[in-house]
Design a protein. Structure first.
Lengths: 269, 318
């Protein structure tokens, strides 16, 4: 069941590799010195207090920050060894391989079917669309909920269903990576658990990076965790940086850094 | 009340009678104003209808389909004017919708630096503030001479097409339509821009996140989401075009002879009313009222259709 979509990047075990990445908005240094390897077919969680730049780093991986005019980086981000910000890289092609799920569910005001079919149609998918829609909805554990109402507007679903629709929409193009920016922030606890269960299934086929404010979520659902913190300079500008990055059990049970220890045990931030 | 005996803060937990009266009074006042709008509309329709009765009795529905307006023999039929109203409005829309929506797109996306974009938005709105008589004068003295050459060329090469079958003069259906298009452009552009800007940025991010280009995002997500607002703007513009009087009266030539040619002089209902009301009497007044009633009906129809169309395509915004 191979998809009819191109996958031109060379597959390596390290999906993303950043080297001395600094992220700026104009002159403002938002995040500094990010050097991190993101492994394949694992869930990597970014945690840390608000404003520490974890979402900003996430949005560099699919070049979504390019939409902000003052945004620029120095340092390098490699995607399967390929420089993601090289001048000849087309950000649109990057985003076709690296899917994203956002904090607020954002289905298009189209039918459930058309929401899923949107990405494959953009990519010129020639196969059986009905089959792909069903497979994607099953993949996002939403098929049973919506199989009789595929013509209903995606925006008419409940919040938790909308978010799973957005996940289904993202996996419909068979991306290599799925970026998730606090995907459960707007969901109730039951929907949150459903999405977390889903993450475990998805990592069989996808590499997942998830930004979360929820400590339990990071400890339950992820394999690797990066703890970000934020530091203000003398002008009051707040710059984020990675304090510690390790296997999730290390971060939560025996972190090397004191501030990590304080943050994960809830005595901080 | 015992509390009033010892009240060092001066705070009262009871509403005064005055506050209740003001609240209630305001409610009644706004209700009366709101009713007033509806009553005025009905009263106008009723009055126009009442005064049109002699003409309706004499000419019946044939009034709509016969082209003659002869005050000497007291025979009236408004086909030329009805056709003129419809064709000028239609042509104006045909020209103004693509341009207006295009302007709205340019002014809602970030193609231009804000320093250029903001004044442009303001200038488009300013276009709507130019008095209609000035559009008329501009049409006569600037646009018509400017278009004379190209229109002559069209006539000479394509006169076998009925639309171009008469020699162009400075007045006529074509020039009235073009000026109307410019007049309704700002309505379409401003309303379309508002609805495009109103689309949630989350949807734009969702589309970009799936690897859509700017144009795919615009045409497959942003415009479909904003379409009900855009259609609303177009219909408002159509209403304006059908009712526009001054500029059209100055430009259309005011001829009651029907002609399929766009270069021919023609008339519209509002131009007819503006030209003839002052000197009309008897059956002519009744016939003018009849024509006015038809215009009234046409605009009502457009608005109802607009409402239905908007409801059909309406999609919930997030």
């Amino acid at each position: 069941m191979t998809p009819n979509l191109e996958r031109n990047a060379l597959q390596t075990d390290t999906v993303f590799q950043t080297k001395d990445l600094n992220i700026y908005y104009g002159n403002f240094l938002a995040v500094r010195d990010v050097t991190i390897d993101i492994p394949k077919n694992a869930i990597t969680a970014f945690i840390g207090p608000s404003g520490c730049g974890k979402s900003t780093v996430l949005r560099c991986f699919n070049r979504l920050n390019d939409l902000i005019k003052s945004f620029h980086i120095d340092g390098k981000i490699f995607y399967h060894g390929q420089d993601l910000y090289a001048p000849d890289v087309d950000p649109v092609e990057v985003r076709r391989q690296i899917g994203m799920v956002f904090q607020r569910p954002n289905p298009f005001p189209k039918s459930i079917y058309d929401n899923i079919a949107f990405g494959p149609r953009l990519l010129g998918y020639k196969g059986d669309m009905d089959e792909l829609v069903e497979r994607s909805l099953r993949g996002a554990a939403l098929w049973e909920d919506v199989k009789d109402k595929l013509k209903v507007l995606g925006t008419d679903l409940s919040g938790g269903q909308q978010q799973r629709l957005c996940i289904a929409r993202a996996i419909a193009v068979q991306p290599d990576v799925i970026l998730m920016d606090e995907p459960c922030a707007a969901l109730d606890p039951i929907s949150t658990l459903k999405v977390e269960d889903l993450l475990q299934e998805l990592k069989e086929n996808y590499t997942i990076i998830i930004v979360t404010h929820n400590m339990q979520q990071a400890s339950r659902a992820s394999d690797f965790t990066a703890f970000y913190n934020v530091q203000a300079n003398e002008k009051g500008q707040r710059t984020g940086y990675i304090v510690e990055y390790d296997r999730t059990e290390v971060i939560f049970q025996s972190p090397k850094n004191k501030s990590t220890q304080e943050y994960v045990s809830g005595r901080f931030g | 009340m015992a509390t009033s005996v010892d009240n060092p803060t001066g705070m009262s937990y009871r509403r005064t009678e005055f506050s209740r009266i003001v609240d209630n009074g305001f409610k009644w006042l706004t209700t009366i104003f709101a009713m007033g709008v509806g009553v005025t509309l009905m009263a106008i329709a009723f009055q126009v209808g009442l005064q049109a009765i002699p003409s309706i009795q004499k000419f019946g529905l044939g009034f709509l389909f016969t082209a003659r307006w002869n005050p000497v023999e007291d025979i009236y039929g408004a086909w030329t004017q009805i056709y003129g109203t419809l064709i000028t409005s239609f042509l104006a829309l045909l020209l103004a919708v693509p341009v207006g929506v295009g302007v709205a797109i340019i002014l809602s996306e970030d193609f231009l630096p804000p320093r250029v974009q903001k004044p442009l938005v303001f200038m488009v709105e300013l276009l709507a503030a130019i008095p209609s008589v000035i559009y008329g004068l501009w049409g006569i003295f600037i646009l018509a001479p400017f278009l004379q050459g190209p229109m002559n060329w069209l006539y000479q090469n394509f006169k076998w097409i009925p639309l171009f079958s008469t020699p162009p003069t400075g007045r006529g259906i074509y020039i009235a339509s073009i000026v109307l298009a410019i007049m309704i452009l700002p309505i379409i552009a401003a309303i379309s821009r508002d609805s495009l800007v109103g689309v949630s940025p989350d949807l734009r991010q969702a589309a970009y996140g799936l690897g859509a280009t700017r144009w795919e995002t615009l045409f497959q997500v942003i415009i479909p989401t904003a379409i009900s607002g855009i259609i609303g703007g177009v219909m408002l513009a159509l209403g304006r075009a059908m009712g526009e009087t001054m500029a059209v009266t100055m430009l259309i030539g005011n001829s009651s002879n029907p002609s399929p040619s766009l270069f021919a002089q023609g008339s519209t209902i509002s131009a007819l009313l503006a030209n003839q009301f002052a000197e009309a009497s008897g059956l002519q007044v009744a016939s003018l009222m009849y024509a006015a009633l038809i215009l009234f009906g046409l605009t009502l129809l457009v608005n109802v259709l607009a409402e239905l169309l908007v409801r059909r395509v309406e999609i919930k915004k997030i």
